[in-house]
Design a protein around this ligand. Structure first.
Ligand SMILES: [Zn+2]
Length: 70
């Protein structure tokens, strides 16, 4: 394989990985996770089993993106 062809493939692959991260995020910040995409919620909730609302991990509101779809 032509070495320059391999370099082009690597550059394109890196661009596909890093360009979306450098672009400004679209949409308003998710209010539930405050843009972090991760939640760690725990507060008393009589309607829940055991009397506590507990939720951790990826934010269900923005699916861990930290931003709402505009
Ligand atoms: Zn969120």
């Amino acid at each position: 394989m032509d070495p320059s062809f391999v370099v082009i493939i690597v550059v394109v692959a890196l661009a596909l990985i890093f360009v979306p991260r450098m672009l400004p995020p679209r949409g308003p910040t998710c209010t539930r996770c405050d843009g972090s995409g991760q939640i760690s919620e725990r507060w008393p909730d009589p309607s829940q089993e055991g009397g506590w609302h507990v939720a951790e991990g990826s934010c269900p509101r923005c699916n861990g993106k930290g931003r709402m779809r505009s």
